[in-house]
Ligand binder design. Sequence first.
Ligand SMILES: [Zn+2]
Length: 341
Amino acid sequence: MAVTPENLFFAPCSRSNKENTFPQFQNTVLDGIDPDAYDEAPDFDHDRISVWGVVSGNKAKWDHMRPGDVVLFYTKQRMYTHAARVVETQHNADLARRIWTTYDEGRRVADLDEPWPYIFYLDRVEQVDIPSPDIHADIGWDTYYPQSFTRVIDRRREKILERYGSIAACLRHHRQDSSVEDPVEADELTSELLESDTAEPDLTADDDEYETQRRRTRSRAFRDAVRTAYDEQCAFCGSRRETIAGTPEVEAAHIYPRSENGVDDLRNGIALCKFHHWAFDSGWATLTPSHEIEIRDKPDREAYDDLQQLDGKSIHSPAQERHTPGAKFIEAHREFHGFDD
Ligand SMILES: [Zn+2]
């Protein structure tokens, strides 16, 4: 985490109206450009780099821009559809003219009489779908659209930091809220799971317990509880990656599978990165009763060195003993994948 809080910028990209900047957004942010194709562009280690720019009227805001800052793109009514992270800035009118030449079915648009010479390069472009009224309410705006390219001023950004702790946490909050039926209930369920008592859990849950419409809320609660218990770290490799919007990459795996009605209990959960989740669910890996990783022995397969290295290592355990994998679930996972045959 940076010591100085990142700036948050809002970039409107109209799909209609006279500006119709959305095609440009698609071309140079979503698709990105090949930096080697432009002599004046900085050197990047990537084949493609996302790029956006603003007119001189917005220079004062652009002057504040630093690597690590976050840009939200407003491309739909009431919706910031994408987030991205600033990598570098550059002022170059000739380059801007070459990057953003003609659009709107080939017509040159008035805005491009002055192209967008205040350029910024971006990575970690991600679809976030954050309702604009929600994040605007956080900073005390009552409009639902950003009138122009905006830097959220310090006094307003402070409201976000006070409430959420970071820009990333704020973005994550709004994304999750829009993806579940009832965010308050989900938060309560998460706490319940984390505080569950020590009574012996059942292996499976009766599906009648979970009405279909509450299933998503329960899934989120389980996921959040497992991520929290493991401090957002993969129990196998210890990785702690996250997206630009601060969403941990680490996933919540059921030890005894959800597809077999494995219960939503912390002791039936383990936090794993995508690769190790896959390895665990597909039966390449399991746990021993003493919480070591066991990798299936397949001498005829050579492509699994990465996995084999984990064999016999202890997992990165949750801080609290009561959140660690339960013996009954480990046994069920081993049996389900035929480890002790
Ligand atoms: Zn991992």
